[in-house]
Structures are given as C-alpha cells and as structure tokens.
Design a protein. Structure first.
Lengths: 407, 440
C-alpha cells in the first residue's frame, strides 16, 4: 500500500443478549447510546490527546431495529471533537464492519485524514428473533427471496448450504465438525468477559452441538447451536497514518499495521453459483494475500465470519487452508484451536462472542489487534506476526479481507 | 375427517371463565389453522358467558395468546400462507393469522347464539343444577345432531346427560388447568356412547395435542378421585400434628405442605395445590363426590371454614395466585392463614421446620431436577423414623391406597391410568408403580 495504516486503539463492548446472565427479555436493556459512548470513550482513552480527523459509523439495520437513521450524526455525540468534521455512515449487512474499516483506510491512503475513528454497532434485542429475522433478511434480495425463505431466513439460507454439504460429503462427519466448532466457540468465549457466551456453563457442549436439526421448529439442516446469536453491542478502533501515530504519541509496539485488504462484491440478485463454495470470500482473500505478498502458512492468527458453523467449514476451504470437502477434518483435527496450526476466533467468534451485525467486522479487527500486540484475554502463542480476518455480508456477497502485521 | 367438518361451527359455554377461555383458545387455534388451510371464512366460534365484561375482555386475551401461538408455529403458518403473495414477512403472516382468527369469534351472553354449533363445549360452574339447566337449554335451541362435551371434573356424565336429555350425545372431556398448557385430558364415555362420538373425541384430543386417559363414569373421575382423598388425608394429618405437637393448626398446615412438597419431591405441596385449584372448587367437588359416592369421609369442615372466611385461593385473570391457605408474595409462600385469628401469620422459620421434621436423608432431590436420584432417596427416607420421614411415608402409603381404591371402585381400568394422571396432570415424578418398588 502507498502508506502505512496502523491500528492504535480499539474496544469491544459486552455483546449482550441471551446467554449473558444479566440478560432478561422482560427487563430494560442498555440503550444504544450507552454502547456508542462506551466504545468511543474506551478507544479514545488509549491515546494521549486524541485528535480524530474523521469518523465512520457502521450499522446494518438500525433504521428498523431502533428506528434510527442518519447515523453519522452520532459520531460527534460519541467524540465531541468530531463536530464540524467529516462523518460517514456505512452499511454492508453483516459485512458492515469490514466496509467501515476499508473506508477508513481509504481516507488515510488518500491523505485526507491521519487519524480516523471507525465504529460499528447493532441493537437486535429490540424485538423477538422471529421478527428480527425479517429485518435480517434484508441482507439478501428481500423482494425475490423472502417469501420462499424459512421463517428464520438467514439460518435457512445457510441450512441450504449445509444440506448440500451433507449430501456431497456426508452428514456424520459434518455434524461432528459443527459440534466441535460450537464447543470451541464457547470454550473461547468463556475466556473473554465481554463475550455473549462468557457465562455459558453447559457441561457437555459437544452433545448440544450434535443435536439433530428439527425442521418443524427451526430449519432443515442446522440446529440453534450452529448459529450466531442475536446481539446488542458496539466496537470501535482508531486507524492512523504514520503522521497520525506520531501525533497520537503511540509507540509501534502498541500497534498493528494493516498491510493488505481484499474487497469483493457479488451481485445480490444472483443465487450462489455453488452452494459448496464461498466464492466471493475466496476472491477477497486471494486479493489480500496477493497484495500482502504472503501465503496462508504465514498467517499466525485468524478471524473468520462464523455466522453459522457451516460457514466456518466453508470458510477454511474458501481461504485455501484445505481443499473442498476437507473443512470438517481440518476443524476436527484441532487446527483452529488455541494451540492449533491456525488459532481462529479466539474470543468465540460470532457464535461465541456474539453478532451485532454492524459491529462484528470491527470487533474482529480489534481482536486481531489485541492478539498481535499480546493483550488479548485468550492470548495465543503466535508463530508468525501476521493475522487475517474476513468480514462477510449476506450470503457471501459483501466481503472484505484484511491482513495485519505486528508493527 | 368428520371432526374437520364439525369444527366449522363450535360453541363454548362459560367461555369467559378460566377453563372456558383456555378451551376456547385451543379450539380457536385449530379452527383458525383450518380456515387458513381451506381459505374459508365459514368458521365460527360462539363464545357464550353471562359475564359480559369478562366476555369482551376475551379479545385481548386471545390476541396475545394467538400471537404467541402463531410465533411458535411460524414454520407451519408460512406453509399455510404460501399462496398469499402479499404475506411475505413473519410479521405479516402472524398478523394475518391472528386477525383472521379473531374474525372467527362471536361473543354473546345468550345461549340461543349457540344454535348453529355442531360441537358444544360446556365449562361452567361445578354445579349439577346449573349445568343441567344450561345443557337442557342448549339442546332445546340447537340442532339435534350436535355433540356435547362437558368439562366437569366430578359430576357423573350419565346423570348430566340423563337430566339434560342428551342421551348418548354427551361426553366428559375434562381438561386440566390451564387447558392451553396442560397436556392431559380425562375422557369419560358412557356405556351407550355411540362410536361416532367416541371417534370424534379421540380425533379432537389428537388435534388439540392432548394425552388422553380414560376414566369410568364414577364421581370425581381419576384426578379428583385422587386429589380430594389426599386433601382429606392432609387435613387429618395437620390436625393430628397440631394436637400432638401443641402447635397452631396453621403451622401444622404449613409443615404438611413442606412435607408433601419437599419430602415427596413435588412441584407444590398439597395445601398450595388446594389454593391453586381453588378452595371453593375443592369444596364443591368434595360435596359432589360425597353425595354421589355416599361417602361422608370425602369431606372436611376445614374447606367450609376457609370458604366462610372468604379465603378461596384460585387465580386472578392474569394467572397470579390468589391467597387461600397461604398468602403469596412473588409466587412464594409468605404467610399462612389462621382461622383462629382470622389473619395471616408468618410461617415457621426454616430452622424450626428442620427441627420439627427431624432426621432426613442428607441429600433431598429437587423436583425440577427430574427423576434422577429418586430411588436411593426414597429408599433411605423409608428407613427413617423422624416426624418428617413418617409423615412422608404415610402420604406414600396413602397414595398407593388411593390407587387401589380407584381400581376397586372401577374408576380406572388399571393402575397405569392412575399413574398417568399423577404424572401428566399433577406433574408428579413418580406413581404407584414406583412407590411399590421402593417399599419392596
């Protein structure tokens, strides 16, 4: 890239919803303003005398979930020094966070700004999941797809992928891998006090993950443990150029550098060309690796978009860690665990940490930054200084992959 | 299916009451689903009650309950509405289902408005003369080929049928409280119940997703046949305890409640259960059973005294427990009623209860944990001779005897039916079959 882009600070709020012991659908919940202020304050407090040039705020469906649009107006609310400055709202479904970071990077790369605040949030507990499912269906081609879709629309889409995967590669091994993925997600979440599943005390996670899908009550090929949660939460980070870093008084050992990003968009009106492949994800990752001039085995830590356990399996195949059909074995062999070949989703991922759709991409980057600077709650012993994340929106439509390096 | 044809026009008499509205809700859910399936607007559910205010409040109740039902059944509803291009989101489908269901209802205070019903459900007060009068009046205005279902939990169906002139067209279909949630129904056929009504009843129970247990037409049937007898035992035990231990009767009542809940591992103690059912209802039922079984043992003056003191138990419209033997706070027993002082008194402290009950097994399972560890616990309990252990043993033996009585009196064909009622109706974790194995 033409100049350095660093991440100097970042903060994830608690991702709140069912699973947290303080959560009850009948009790008042923290309002969105609380999440926004908390994430901004805690990110900015990591920098001496933060001088933010520009802000980005991402959210997928706030206009429906909380009846709030014109989100750029909340950036000066979060950071008063942004009053009178450029503030932009970003939306890319569940890939919003990745798009927000990419837009922030563009401001730095084009010399418009030196210190950029990037945030993402979502509030999904404002309604029952059965109704939230309709809103989340907006990440697909609603007018053409919703009617024929399952009640829980997005689980239904990925259930279709799972069904195709079972048919081609077998159900049993797939189900075991998905159960193992769930188990691992919760084990990792238990190490992060801000994770939605932090309080999960279930003694036999694997058995829960092994439960057979119940098409009558949910979707044909996934059980509820295969799915990410309905969440409220916010994340933010601060991007900076070299000049911004100096201005912020940060040493490089506190930073990671984004050394590459791959962006790919697919036509939302088209169905997946192959249910067994995340082709847009594959393309975005290839672009990022090419730009970074790296190979996969040089990546030391990973954040993937495990909206569903089947997505994790397909992601490992799309990224190229294994060939098609071998994603299950890859997971079952422990390669993605804390001590594995490629430690992945170490704060629980979307299934364990939670998935407030607009926040997730930013959350993933904050996690990578923490891992690579050695301050993560579930710190891995990294064998390389490189990390990678994939932020995905919709059914593999809006994808941004980033490669970061310890600065 | 005959039932589907007859389900187009249905009446519930006593629809505004606790049981009536629950039965109405179950019927409405199915009728609305059938109406959606067949795209018919020919369905009518006539809800009849003398309480006009409660009747008109039913729409709010049905709106919220139907919404919950539709949310649960959303997968099924999406299939039902697949040919409605205007209904796309879950929200639109649920709203359409609920609105269409509400259109099926017709509210009335006049029995004559049941005249077009093919199926008539009676869920009014547990009083023979009132039930007979209402059923007779229905018969006089209604079609001659209608079928009748009575929710009576104690009055012999044969007597009701004969006095109302319904002959073989009446069946006992006793739902447990609350009907929308409890899975069990007691079915009482008469000897001359025609095969049509028998088949209809079975189909109906299946449609409403209920588990059927058959009772013969003996007053009290199985559920109250058990409950009233155990209630009498509880009263006798409390009085004996109060006398022997020189403690106020109300504290003895509290202790017996603790024994029956905690030591017998039940969801609630016997006196809390009486409060739940309603003390006035228990009194009525015991009077019915005493009268028709000619058994003065099936009665206790305590029920009369509590009714005279206007401590009736039961539930409010919102389902919250009303005070009876106990005063409740946040669903927990807080105080116990003293007939002597006509006021609620604090219950014995946990320490006092422990001291009075005496030595017990070191680990007492909890009801919500299920059947795990019951056998070793009861085997251990049955060997002890503390006050608590002996009281619990007496209840267990008494329960076995009640089962034998119901068999001898031909209320049930087999002890399995009795155990089914205990487990599915009263949510006991065990029945007589298990008790017998522990005693061996």
């Amino acid at each position: 890239m033409r100049k350095n882009v660093y991440i100097g600070a970042g903060y994830n709020t608690i991702f709140f919803g069912s699973g947290r012991k303080e959560f009850s659908p009948n009790k008042p919940m923290p309002p969105f303003e609380q999440y926004l202020l908390e994430t901004a304050k805690n990110s900015c407090n990591q920098i001496n005398n933060p001088q933010i040039d520009e802000g980005f705020i991402g959210s997928f469906m706030s206009a429906q979930f909380i009846k709030q649009a014109n989100l750029p107006g909340f950036l000066p609310f979060m950071i008063p020094s942004l009053r009178g400055k450029a503030c932009t709202g970003i939306e890319g479904a569940c890939g919003t966070g990745g798009r927000a970071i990419a837009m922030g990077m563009r401001s730095i790369l084009s010399d418009v700004s030196d210190v950029v605040f990037v945030s993402g949030f979502e509030m999904q507990n404002t309604m029952k999941a059965i109704y939230g499912a309709d809103l989340l269906a907006g990440a697909a081609y609603y007018r053409k797809e919703r009617k024929q879709g399952e009640a829980f629309f997005f689980p239904g889409l990925f259930s279709e992928r799972a069904g195709a995967y079972y048919q081609k590669y077998g159900y049993e091994n797939s189900r075991k891998a998905m159960a193992h993925w769930y188990e691992q997600a919760i084990i990792n979440a238990r190490k992060n006090p801000h994770a939605q599943e932090y309080h999960n005390q279930s003694s036999d996670l694997y058995s829960l993950g092994m439960k057979s899908p119940n098409p009558e009550n949910f979707v044909p090929h996934l059980n509820p443990y295969d799915c990410s949660k309905v969440s409220d939460g916010a994340s933010s980070l601060i991007l900076m150029s070299e000049e911004g870093r100096l201005r912020s008084g940060l040493n490089k050992d506190q930073l990671v550098e984004i050394i590459a990003f791959g962006e790919a968009e697919e036509d939302i009106t088209l169905p997946p060309s192959d249910l067994l492949e995340l082709s847009t994800t594959k393309l975005a990752v290839e672009k990022a690796l090419k730009q970074a001039n790296l190979t996969l085995d040089q990546i030391g830590v990973l954040e993937i978009h495990d909206c569903f356990s089947i997505t994790a399996i397909l992601a490992f195949e799309a990224l190229g860690f294994v060939q098609k059909g071998k994603g299950c074995d890859f997971i079952l062999e422990g390669n993605a665990s804390l001590l594995g070949k490629i430690p992945t989703n170490l704060s629980g991922g979307l299934i364990g940490f939670g998935h407030p759709t607009g926040a997730t991409g930013v959350r993933q980057m904050v996690d990578l930054w923490q891992q690579l600077t050695g301050i993560a709650p579930n710190q891995a012993k990294l064998r390389t200084p490189y990390g990678m994340m994939v932020s995905m929106g919709g059914n593999d439509k809006t994808v941004t992959a980033f490669i970061v390096k310890r600065a | 299916m005959l039932l589907e044809q007859l389900l187009t026009k249905v009446a519930v008499i006593g629809a505004a009451g606790k049981m009536g509205r629950g039965i109405a809700l179950l019927l409405l859910q199915q009728m609305a689903s059938l109406a959606a399936k067949t795209a018919s607007n020919n369905y009518r559910l006539y809800l009849i009650d003398t309480n006009e205010i409660a009747l008109f409040e039913l729409k709010h109740y049905f709106q919220s309950e139907l919404t919950r039902y539709a949310e649960k059944k959303i997968n099924q509803l999406r299939r039902l509405y697949v040919d409605h291009p205007d209904l796309v989101s879950n929200s639109e489908i649920i709203t359409a289902f609920v609105n269409n269901a509400l259109q099926i209802i017709q509210l009335s205070t006049a029995l004559i408005d049941s005249q077009h019903a093919s199926l008539i459900f009676e869920a009014i007060a547990e009083d023979l003369s009132i039930k007979v009068a209402v059923l007779k009046a229905c018969r006089e205005v209604n079609r001659s080929d209608s079928y009748y279902f009575s929710n009576t939990s104690a009055i012999p169906i044969g007597i009701l049928s004969h006095q109302a002139g319904l002959n073989d067209r009446l069946v006992g279909l006793h739902f447990y409280n609350p009907p929308a949630i409890q899975k069990l129904v007691e079915v009482v056929f008469l000897e001359d119940s025609a095969s049509t009504i028998r088949q209809l009843t079975q189909e109906l129970a299946t449609l409403l997703e209920k588990k059927v247990v058959f009772s013969n037409d003996i007053p009290g049937f199985i559920g109250n046949g058990y409950l009233i007898r155990e209630v009498i035992t509880a009263f006798q035990m409390a009085k004996k305890l109060a006398k022997n231990k020189n403690i106020p009767l109300e504290q003895a009542i509290y202790l017996v409640n603790v024994v029956t809940q905690k030591l017998l591992i039940r969801p609630m103690g016997i006196f809390q259960l009486i409060d739940y059912v309603g003390i006035d209802i228990c009194k009525n039922i015991s009077n019915i059973m005493r009268t028709y079984l000619r058994d003065d043992q099936l009665h206790d003056e305590l029920l009369e005294k509590m009714c005279e003191a206007n401590r009736l138990g039961g539930q409010d419209q919102d389902g919250s427990q009303k005070d009876g033997f106990f005063h409740y706070q946040h669903h927990e027993i807080n105080k116990v009623f003293s007939l002597q002082t006509n006021s609620y008194q604090p219950v014995l402290s946990a320490t006092d209860v422990e001291a009075m009950l005496g030595g017990l097994p070191s680990e007492i399972p909890q009801w919500k944990m299920g059947k795990h560890q019951l056998q070793p616990y009861f085997k251990s309990l049955l060997q002890l001779d503390s006050l608590g252990a002996v009281a619990a043993k007496d209840f267990l033996f008494n329960l076995e005897q009640i089962g034998n009585t119901l068999l001898e009196q031909n209320v049930v064909e087999d002890i399995d039916s009795f155990d089914t009622v205990l487990k599915e109706g009263f949510h006991h974790l065990y029945g007589v079959a298990e008790i017998k194995s522990w005693i061996k």
